[in-house]
Write a protein that binds this ligand. Structure first.
Ligand SMILES: Cc1cc2nc3c(=O)[nH]c(=O)nc-3n(C[C@H](O)[C@H](O)[C@H](O)COP(=O)(O)OP(=O)(O)OC[C@H]3O[C@@H](n4cnc5c(N)ncnc54)[C@H](O)[C@@H]3O)c2cc1C
Length: 430
């Protein structure tokens, strides 16, 4: 085995793979991203980030944070700059005045930070585009460790490549998770949460005309029985991002597809019983839409690593989106993995990469699995499902406590702890 500087292969260039690729590249670590698609691209409309994710961006590289700052959109009213979401009963509204009282409001040190996914990605790509960091059209179909300790990767286009270790950032359908878990393990499979979502972007002027400035220009969570809607501004306030969730007993018809075509009329029918504000917004989304199945990794992996293989981001802990933190935790993962791999003890000499991945697993497993489990429950709280029902005090308390766990964590502290754990692992091999 080589004691030269190791080369890491990242499989997948979504938010996890790209932020990790940038973080490693900026630390002068050899890294190559292999992405199945023809170019970097994000599907879906908006994504929001919490304080911990923003801190993690700075650790990955100041350029990632600047890219985010360039496109981040906050609540548009100064009085709401520290509001994460105002929570409303979406099924209630005074029909005459059109007024809708807040049930409660959840604040955050950084307020709401929405970005248009494609715009954020475009900004991040600028950080690496001149450096031939990524190979496109490379769908990994198999990988194995060879006798010389290298990892051999086989791609669908018939080509192969080698690296010293392989980091799977290949999302919820991860090939590398299958490799780590074993294909017959339940942990290899993703599971439908029995929720689906309509996602749309609405011109902000139209949204303001329909539901008034306060609700349109600031983030709102519209709660309701078996359904909920969230809206927040993106594109520096020019656009409203809308996600409308429904719970269903029916199974998802085709697990090979994450989305299915739908029509606006279906969304309007699904949200019958909601107040006029929600209905007016749904009337404004484009007529042909997609329904997104909400899947997660319900069965926990025993470990995120096995030898020189490791999974990062959704590949290890894909969650339902009800904490709005899946992507944020991908960026935390990237910050911690980059910190570990940049440590001088990870030389590539025998056992050091395995020790690094072991330390990553130890430090990431509990927190990320917490998110997967709590997110499912939070989705149900938004829809009055379960024992809490419409007890809004309890709903508020639980969301506040969960947000504190997510945002109140010192990401620098997580990185320092990861280095301590790495040193313990390194001592075991010396
Ligand atoms: C409706 C919805 C709303 C959400 N809202 C938020 C939010 O507000 N805030 C938040 O933090 N998170 C949110 N999330 C979660 C967030 O979108 C994900 O956690 C995040 O995008 C996952 O990033 P990733 O890079 O791990 O995986 P992915 O984005 O899935 O990227 C995986 C990449 O790997 C590539 N790939 C896959 N297989 C292979 C292969 N075999 N070979 C090579 N390449 C491969 C894919 O092409 C893709 O580019 C939301 C999710 C949903 C569904």
């Amino acid at each position: 085995m080589s004691s030269q500087k190791p080369t890491y292969a990242i499989i997948g260039g979504g938010i996890a793979g790209l932020t990790l690729g940038i973080a490693l590249n900026k630390r002068n670590i050899n890294v190559v991203i292999y992405e199945a698609a023809a170019h970097f691209g994000e599907i879906g409309a908006g994504v929001a980030f919490t304080a911990n994710a923003i801190e993690a961006m700075k650790i990955c590289d100041p350029g990632v944070y600047e890219a985010f700052q360039h496109v981040a959109t906050h609540n548009q009213w100064e009085s709401k700059k520290n509001v994460w979401f105002d929570f409303l009963d979406g099924m209630k509204m005074d029909q005459d005045s059109g007024h809708q009282e807040d049930l409660f409001s959840i604040s955050s040190p950084v307020g709401m930070n929405g970005v248009h996914r494609a715009a954020f990605l475009d900004e991040m790509v600028k950080l690496v585009e001149d450096q031939h960091l990524a190979h496109f059209g490379k769908r990994l179909i198999d990988c194995e460790e060879t006798e010389d300790g290298k990892i051999l990767m086989k791609f669908k286009d018939g080509t192969t490549a080698t690296a010293d270790a392989l980091i799977g950032c290949d999302g919820i359908k991860s090939v590398i998770r299958h490799k780590i878990a074993g294909s017959d393990s339940p942990a290899a499979e993703y599971v439908y949460t029995h929720k689906y979502a309509y996602r749309g972007l609405i011109d902000m002027d139209d949204a303001v005309a329909a539901i008034g400035e306060e609700r349109a220009k600031n983030a709102v969570m519209w709660l309701g029985t078996g359904r909920h809607v969230l809206t927040f501004p993106v594109n520096k306030g020019a656009t409203m991002n809308l996600v409308a969730f429904c719970t269903t007993e029916k199974d998802w018809p085709d697990y090979t597809k994450s989305t299915l075509p739908a029509h606006r009329e279906e969304a309007l029918k699904d949200f019958e019983g909601f107040g006029p504000n929600v209905m007016k917004l749904l009337e404004m989304v484009k007529p042909e839409l997609d329904i997104w199945g909400i899947f997660n990794l319900e069965h926990e992996l025993e470990a995120y690593n096995k030898g020189k293989f490791v999974v990062v981001g959704d590949a290890g802990h894909a969650t339902s989106p009800h904490h709005g933190s899946g992507a944020g935790f991908c960026i935390e993962d990237a910050a911690i993995m980059a910190t570990i791999l940049a440590d001088p003890s990870v030389t590539g000499s025998p056992g050091t990469i395995e020790a690094a991945f072991e330390a990553y697993n130890t430090e990431r497993k509990v927190r990320t699995q917490w998110l997967v489990q709590h997110s499912r429950r939070q989705g149900n709280l938004y829809e009055y499902l379960g024992e809490v029902g419409r007890d809004f005090n309890k709903i508020e308390q639980e969301i506040t406590a969960n947000n504190f766990y997510i945002e109140g964590t010192d990401v620098h502290g997580l990185c320092s702890k990861a280095i301590e754990t790495l040193q313990q692992e390194i001592r075991k091999i010396n």
